[in-house]
Design a protein around this ligand. Structure first.
Ligand code: GLC
Length: 434
């Protein structure tokens, strides 16, 4: 963390040493959430285009890898009141944590915002103020190996988590029998980090296990469906998933997957581009689907970030121009074509420029309407980081066998009552509270 802060402060310092005298073009600084190398190279290209169009220069700052480290850095910079960065990527779960530091974008984007998927647009508004403008969409998805599914006689990806378990075990056994001892059925994110909140929410929402804390402020996490979903995931560890999966973040799963050593991976669409890169061992051998489901449906966790303008920026007018450019229809379409990033504008899912290179993206049109589960960040506001950390700690203790699932759920419920002061109860339509 300290190293990350130093890198950013150093970049800012170097930036200011070379800052041009008056009347030279404005240079904005942008701090974003993406860490993938390929995507960042693509972003540099977009920013060069922006400079050509407007004369405004942009410096893209480096960012730490995990969501929680990023939030800590963002908070440190914003609390210091520094005039740079001008534009920040704001994770969909941070809107109510950071809102006081950002200008209201509504006057600039009042009509544009309505063109986005409503579920995405809604996450960036607080009390009528638009804190950030969406510029891409993100959702938890299942990547699967089409060649292996075919080879083992499966015509479609798993519809349920139980099916995934069976398919993964069979393919893993077959691949190992062929001599690939390092092969695993399923890789995902099991480290005690924000991504585990997203993974575990998908398992439990699919079974009717609720959203941890419901929109009406009910702490619903201690219920039999959630408990069973966690227990099933604990059985994956060391059987269809490597024992070290309990230390995996996004990149760790991606490394196993892109080496061709896993049949299934749960990750975000931003991991598509490296999987499909020229030279990737799995190029043209995989496809994507919603994560498997259960008795309540199939859900991917809503992720992503919008772009906000810091209220300390010395160049708010230019910063708004940058947000306008990065969220623009043609820029989003091009980003999809080149970097396989899903757009936040539903109308772009009809466009050959987007669907041609990414035929699998057709599913997102529906997924962002009916396949989303959201983390309880709106209802918990500033307390969300503590809530999410408590949840990942509980699920992680079940995955490592440190606690039984019923015990972890009971302890978590008490902790969430202490953190939020909310009441406990069953999830909507859910079974009786144990
Ligand atoms: C992705 C998502 C973001 C989430 C993070 C967790 O970047 O877009 O919403 O918080 O992963 O690691």
């Amino acid at each position: 963390m300290a190293a990350a802060v130093c890198i950013v402060l150093l970049s800012l310092l170097l930036g200011s040493c070379t800052r041009p005298p008056v009347r030279e073009p404005v240079t904005l600084t942008l701090l974003e959430e993406w860490t993938a190398k390929t995507i960042n190279e693509g972003r540099e290209q977009e920013l060069r285009q922006f400079t050509q169009e407007t004369g405004i220069q942009v410096k893209l700052l480096p960012s730490p890898e995990s969501a929680r480290e990023k939030l800590a850095l963002w908070q440190e910079l914003l609390r210091s009141g520094t005039s740079s960065p001008d534009v920040y990527g704001i994770d969909v779960i941070w809107t109510r944590i950071l809102d006081e530091y950002f200008i209201d974008l509504k006057p600039y984007f009042a009509s544009d915002i309505s063109h986005n998927f409503p579920v995405i647009a809604a996450r960036y508004s607080v009390d009528g103020k638009l804190i950030a403008m969406p510029y891409h969409a993100d959702i938890g998805i299942l990547f699967y190996r089409t060649d292996l599914l075919r080879e083992y006689g499966y015509s479609e990806p798993p519809r349920t988590w139980d099916e995934l378990g069976l398919m993964a075990a069979r393919i893993q056994a077959g691949e190992r029998a062929k001599g690939n001892k390092a092969f695993w059925g399923f890789v995902w994110q099991g480290a005690a980090a924000e991504a585990l909140t997203c993974n575990a929410l998908e398992w439990q929402a699919a079974e009717g296990g609720g959203q941890i804390i419901e929109a009406d402020k009910t702490i619903s996490v201690k219920n039999p469906n959630a408990i069973r979903a966690w227990q099933r995931a604990a059985r994956w560890v060391g059987s269809i998933s490597p024992p070290s999966v309990v230390g995996y973040k996004e990149w760790d799963s991606q490394n196993v997957w892109v080496a061709g050593e896993a049949a299934f991976m749960r990750n975000w669409p931003t991991y598509y581009v490296d999987s499909q890169a020229v030279g990737s061992p799995i190029r043209n051998k995989f496809a994507i689907a919603l994560p498997p489901g259960g008795k309540a449906g199939r859900f991917g966790t809503l992720g992503g970030a919008g772009l906000g303008v810091s209220r300390f920026s010395a160049h708010p007018r230019e910063a708004v121009e940058l947000v306008r450019y990065l969220s623009r229809r043609d820029v989003q379409a091009n980003r999809s074509r080149v970097l396989s990033v899903p757009p936040s504008l539903p109308e772009l899912y009809d466009v050959p420029e987007v669907l041609g290179p990414n035929p699998g993206f057709a599913m997102f049109r529906q997924a962002f309407r009916t396949g989303i589960v959201s983390r309880p960040s709106n209802v918990t506001g500033q307390k969300y980081p503590d809530v999410s950390e408590a949840y990942t700690r509980a699920v992680h203790s079940v995955l490592t066998g440190e606690k039984s699932a019923p015990e972890a759920a009971a302890d978590l419920e008490n902790e969430l009552i202490r953190i939020t002061g909310f009441k406990k109860g069953p999830p909507p339509g859910g079974s009786a509270h144990p």
